[in-house]
Structure formats: structure tokens, C-alpha cells
Ligand binder design. Sequence first.
Ligand SMILES: [Zn+2]
Ligand SMILES: [Zn+2]
Length: 178
Amino acid sequence: MAKKEKQRLSRLRFNFGHLLEGNRGAYRDVELDYPEIQVSEDVSLAPLQGSFRATRTGEGIYLSGKLTSAIETECTRCLETVHLPISFQLDDLFYYPASTVPPGELSVGDEGIIDLAPLIRELSLLEIPMQVYCREACKGICVECGKNLNEGPCDCVFDDIDPRMAALRVLLDEEEES
Ligand SMILES: [Zn+2]
Ligand SMILES: [Zn+2]
């Protein structure tokens, strides 16, 4: 029972101990289908689906597959929460034993455990572009009052709404000064 509970707490940890004991080329296919999963303190994915193959190689365990998901982020313009669909490839070698791991590379942990959470967190975050919009024509927030303009106009009154008028005003001011 205790073992089962532990697995539920860390659902992205997989035991490949038996693969390490097997011959080169031995593999195991793993299906992932989580409606929602907290990958790390800052990343929650809903859903996380897909499959990958874990293959025993001379150097360790090689994982390859494709996962699809959606990650919570915020709109660059209006800061509303956006559930951004993402997908990414697993194409990673986990070295084993630990003594053979080149610097900066991944390794199989104690007793053949691979914790995919850090890798999936990193791959997910890489899928978030610099600019994310909640909708194509997001109106953003008012720079004066902070109201989300997608919900309707605010009551702010601007003197120079037309940027061309603003440019003209600058010219006129400059002339007045000289
Ligand atoms: Zn937006
Ligand atoms: Zn406003």
C-alpha cells in the first residue's frame, strides 16, 4: 500500500531497473495520460498525454517519443491566463551508471529510477513563445487605469489618441520653445 501511495505522489518517476538488467535493445513502451499534473512548483500541465519508448543502450536508457499538453501562462497584452497547447519530443539519453555521465547530461538515478519531471518542465517552458496572446485581437489593458479592454472600454480620456496628432504637438511645442 505504501508503495502505491508513493507512486501517486511522483507520477513522472519511472523504474527502469529491469531494463538496466536486460540486454541492449530491450525496451519498454510507456503511455502517459494525465488529465492534470503538477510537474514542479511553477509548472502545471493539463492534460499531459502521449507515449515514449525507453530503450536500453550501451550507455544507459534512451527515451524517445512525443507528448502533447497545454501549459498555463499569461497573455502578453492583457495578462489574462492562457491555456497554451504545446507538444514536444522526448529524445534524450539517460546515462548509466552515474560514473559515466558526461557533465551536463542526464542520468538514471538510484535503483533505475528516472524522474521525468525536471525534463518535462524544461521542455514545456521552452514551448512558450516570447509573445502569447489570449486571442488574435486582444486589446490589452489600459495603460492609465489597468482595465482589461477586452471586457469593454474604460472611462479614461486621452488628449492625444492619434499618434500623428501627438507628433504634431511635439513639433509645435518645439517651435514654441525656440
Ligand atoms: Zn489578452
Ligand atoms: Zn483606462
